[in-house]
Each structure stands twice: as structure tokens, then as C-alpha cells.
Design a binder for this molecule. Structure first.
Ligand SMILES: *[C@@H]1O[C@H](CO)[C@@H](O)[C@H](O)[C@H]1NC(C)=O
Ligand SMILES: *[C@@H]1O[C@H](CO)[C@@H](O)[C@H](O)[C@H]1NC(C)=O
Ligand SMILES: *[C@@H]1O[C@H](CO)[C@@H](O)[C@H](O)[C@H]1NC(C)=O
Length: 491
């Protein structure tokens, strides 16, 4: 039987989501209570990480789904990982960074203009972002998280990129000449083959919701409402605004407003369209407010994990003891994005010496479509400095683009990685997993600190999907709060 001290040491070890080298701790525990306290502290402030768990080649770890039991639960797959059932795609770190930069810039340019910034010249009405809900999705291959939904009667399956940064849900639609629809994996949706399809008329109040949801005035063909949406890059979708029965898991949502896209220019990989989880009235979250109470949750798998989920409704998390909630930011940003107040960051148990005003100046949003976490320049440099200081026993190598804390782990089987925690309003401390701290540099035994610096202190911060991996994220829109579950909510 293990002694209580060893048992409690084990608890830390087991709760560390990564494979841990146990022997040294066990041997040192024999040296007495002082040593064991040291070890407990070390395990509290460090991850002991197996190098193979953060470097490619990654193989799909097939695990049974353990998402919420809600009927609306959908499985999330990482498109560029080995679990994706299709063309496997390898992205270089530089490619990911340029995608992120474009997305950050487009969110930035569609950010609401605050009254202060315009000297009070603009009123509230004109402070609507120029193109809300049109964040850059990225060129082919970059839409990394997808879910499969059902559409129509009889129901057919479509794989959509889900996006907390935009509102309109759309799929490519017939009649659609090959030239103006891009290639997708599934057969293109055909309204003529569905009993539950109907057009939305130009004069209906629903048609006028499009302005807030897409940033573009709707058009009219015959008497049918026409939507158009253009994303940060050159990609766009134009088509009929329509109603259809949407199926999420085994829940069906009749009369769901969506875009029946007859002219689409692709940057959407071979996915069939987009699932908009943003904040305006046409987003899936708002349209299903009565059914799901404006609550949804997802857990993004690691690139080699297979049991991520997206789920809707109040039952999505079992206990507010394990999920920690921070309120949505009171700033105007919250009208358009899932904005929160980042207060501080700690590295290896020590808070960075920066004022929370650095974060407050521009605000922070949580986004499903940006890979890395983008920080104000002063915050990034403090984070990188603190991290490098605790990583001096490893070989530092030249940086990649904006990432300047990169290491070569050749010859090592395990490393001691300082923990990084984000502290949000309400003293909500969110510990990141090792895969949210280091990111591999493609094709080498090298990794970089998985954060990036904005070019300007006024640009908003983004808590990206790499850092969200394996935590259950709970978007309680009605309760105006965001929840973070512990690491290991999925794999
Ligand atoms: C996307 O990935 C495929 C398969 O790896 C590749 O052939 C194609 O060139 C990539 N497209 C872009 C725009 O990078
Ligand atoms: C929807 O509107 C389009 C364009 O006016 C029309 O061609 C189509 O027949 C309509 N579909 C239905 C089911 O009413
Ligand atoms: C914040 O939470 C941490 C534990 O997560 C605790 O140690 C600390 O005392 C708390 N600080 C405040 C101001 O409540």
C-alpha cells in the first residue's frame, strides 16, 4: 500500500495530463518531508512532459467520446491532425502564423469603434463594426475544427467549420455551377430534394437581420431575400436566405435560418460551409435561444485526439465546481465577440510584472478560429522573458517569425516545463496544458513558445484555440459569462 504522502504526490501526477516520469519523485520522497514538499511545489509549478507528446509524428489516439450526454452533442475533429478522415494536411508554423495575422487583422478592422476613440463624433449606432461576423477564415486548409450537422428532410450530413467569430451559417447550395462553387467532400445540398426548405421573403423582418449578421445589406431576387458575406480574405458566399430543418446530434431545429450559397469562393478547405456561433441575432446561438437557453460548450481536441465535442443547452457541463466562470467583459467588444477581462499571466508560479492595464487597453476575446494566443507587445515580451529564464537548461534556437522563444529537444525524452496560467476577472486561474505552451516547428525536433505579439498595444488580444485545447469551454451567453473546465475535458 502507498503511504498518504505518496498517494497525494500521485494525485498531482495523475492530474497532470501528460505522461510523467515518476521514479525521481518516488525516490526523493524517501528523503523526508522537506524534500517531498519541494517536489509537490515543483509539480505545482512545472509540467514534466514527454518530448514525444509535443513533437510530430503524431498518431491518432482513438478514444471513446465522453462529451456531454446532451442530444445536441456533435463530435469535433481537428482537420490537420491524424484523426481527420480525409486528406491529411501539414501546416508549417509560418503558414499558421500568417493565417493568424490575417484573421487578427480582420477581427481588428471589424472591431467596434469606441466612442472615446472617435471623440464622441460617432454615436452608438455608427459604432457598429463595418463588417461584423466576417472574420478571416483563412485560405484552404486552415479551417481546423469541423463538426458534422444534418440539414433537410430527409436529413443529409454536412461538415461545417464552426466559428465563434462569425454569425451566419451557410452551406453550398444547388443550383450551383461548378465554377462558382468550390470542391467539397460531400454532395452539394439541393433544396429541391428537401421537404422542409423554404425561402425567406425580402420584406420579412428576418431578412433585415442580415445587416447586423453579415455587415452587408440583403438583396432581393424575385421576392426572395439574398444574403452576401465576404470574409477577411477574398473568400465569400452569396445566395438565398432560407429556412431549413437543422439537425444537431439527435435534436432537430425546424425553421433554422441559413444561407443557401449559390456562389461561393472557397477558402474553406473541402468543407461544406460554416456554422456561425457568434453573437448577432442570426447566429445559431441566438436562433436556438429558447431551446438551449443561449448556452453552448466545446472541447477542442489536440491534433492527435479524437473525442472533442460541441454541445448545446444548459446541461452541457455537470458542475460549476469544476468549471470556473469569468464574466464577459463589460466593454463594447462584448456586443460582437466573446470578450473577457484578462488580468494577469503567471509563469512557473510567478505573476508577470505587468499592469493589468496592458490587457485592459485593447481587450481580449476568446476565438475558435485563431490558432495561437495573441498578446499586447508588452505582455508577450514579459511572458517570453520569464519563460526563457526558466528554460535555461535547454538549447535555445533562432526564433520563427514573431516567436522568439524556441528550443531544440533533440536527444531528450522528457523536459520540465514551467506552467503557464492565465488569470481572468474574478480570480479565475486557467492552467494551460503543455500543448498550449509549446508548439512544434514543422519537420524538426524543435518547438516554440506558442504565443505571439500584436504589433501595436491597442490591438485586441486573442485567446486562441491552441491554448483552449482539451479544456471544456462553456459559453453561457444568457448568464454573460465564460467557463473554463479543467484540462483533460477531452483529448
Ligand atoms: C492544402 O493541402 C493540400 C494537401 O496537403 C495541398 O495539396 C494544397 O496545396 C494545400 N493548399 C494550400 C492553399 O495550401
Ligand atoms: C426560392 O427563390 C428562388 C429565387 O426567387 C426561386 O427560384 C425558388 O424556386 C424558390 N424556392 C422555393 C422553394 O420557393
Ligand atoms: C486567487 O486564486 C488563487 C488560487 O487559484 C489563490 O491562491 C489566491 O489567493 C487568490 N487571490 C485572490 C485575490 O483571491
Amino acid at each position: 500500500m502507498a503511504s498518504p504522502a505518496i498517494k497525494s504526490s500521485f494525485r498531482y501526477v495523475l492530474f497532470t495530463y501528460f505522461v510523467v516520469i515518476l521514479m525521481p519523485s518516488l525516490l526523493m520522497l524517501n528523503k523526508g518531508t522537506h524534500a517531498s514538499e519541494e517536489i509537490l511545489k515543483a509539480e505545482k509549478d512545472f509540467h514534466l512532459v514527454e518530448v514525444s507528446s509535443i513533437l510530430p509524428p503524431l498518431t491518432c489516439k482513438s478514444t471513446a467520446s465522453r462529451g456531454p450526454k446532451e442530444k445536441s452533442t456533435l463530435k469535433i475533429v481537428h482537420r490537420s491532425g491524424p484523426c481527420y478522415n480525409g486528406e491529411s494536411i501539414r501546416l508549417t508554423l509560418s503558414q499558421i502564423l500568417s493565417h493568424d495575422q490575417a484573421r487578427v487583422a480582420s477581427i481588428q478592422s471589424s472591431r467596434p469603434v469606441s466612442i472615446a476613440e472617435t471623440n464622441g463624433i460617432r454615436d452608438r449606432k455608427t459604432s457598429i463594426p463595418n463588417k461584423p461576423g466576417s472574420a478571416y477564415i483563412g485560405t484552404d486548409n486552415f479551417s481546423n475544427y469541423v463538426v458534422t450537422v444534418g440539414l433537410g428532410t430527409p436529413k443529409k450530413s454536412y461538415t461545417l467549420v464552426f466559428d465563434t467569430g462569425s454569425d451566419l451559417t451557410w452551406t453550398q447550395c444547388q443550383p450551383c455551377k461548378k465554377k462558382i462553387c468550390y470542391r467539397q467532400n460531400d454532395p452539394i445540398y439541393d433544396p429541391l430534394q428537401s421537404l422542409s426548405y423554404s425561402n425567406v421573403s425580402c420584406s420579412s423582418p428576418q431578412c433585415s437581420l442580415l445587416i447586423a449578421g453579415t455587415g452587408y445589406k440583403p438583396g432581393c431576387t424575385g421576392s426572395t431575400c439574398v444574403y452576401s458575406i465576404q470574409y477577411g480574405d477574398e473568400s465569400y458566399s452569396v445566395g438565398l436566405f432560407a429556412k431549413e430543418t437543422l439537425t444537431l446530434g439527435s435534436d432537430s431545429i425546424p425553421g433554422f435560418l441559413f444561407g443557401c450559397g449559390q456562389s461561393n469562393r472557397g477558402s474553406f478547405g473541402k468543407n461544406d460551409g460554416l456554422l456561425g456561433l457568434g453573437r448577432s441575432k442570426i447566429s445559431l446561438v441566438s436562433q436556438t435561444a429558447k431551446k438551449y437557453g443561449e448556452v453552448f460548450s466545446y472541447c477542442l481536441p489536440t491534433p492527435y485526439g479524437s473525442n472533442g465535442f460541441l454541445s448545446f443547452g444548459k446541461g452541457v457541463y455537470s458542475s460549476s465546481k469544476t468549471v470556473k466562470f469569468t464574466p464577459f467583459s463589460a466593454s463594447e467588444l462584448s456586443e460582437y465577440y466573446y470578450a473577457v477581462d484578462l488580468v494577469s499571466i503567471s509563469v512557473g508560479g510567478k505573476l508577470l510584472p505587468i499592469s493589468f492595464k496592458v490587457f485592459q487597453k485593447a481587450g481580449t476575446i476568446v476565438d475558435s478560429g485563431t490558432f495561437f494566443t495573441w498578446l499586447p507587445p508588452a505582455a508577450y515580451s514579459a511572458l517570453s522573458r520569464a519563460f526563457r529564464k526558466q528554460m535555461t537548461s535547454y538549447k535555445q534556437v533562432p526564433g520563427v517569425d514573431v516567436m522568439d522563444a524556441c528550443y531544440d529537444f533533440t536527444g531528450l525524452t522528457s523536459i520540465k516545463l514551467p506552467k503557464i496560467s492565465f488569470i481572468f476577472r474574478g480570480n479565475v486561474t486557467v492552467d494551460l496544458g503543455a500543448n498550449g505552451i509549446l508548439t512544434p516547428v514543422s519537420g524538426q525536433k524543435q518547438v516554440c513558445l506558442a504565443f505571439a505579439a500584436n504589433s501595436d498595444a491597442s490591438e485586441l488580444g486573442i485567446f486562441g484555440n491552441v491554448q483552449q485545447q482539451t479544456m471544456q469551454m462553456v459559453f453561457d451567453v444568457a448568464g454573460r459569462r465564460l467557463g473554463f473546465g479543467p484540462l483533460g475535458g477531452c483529448s
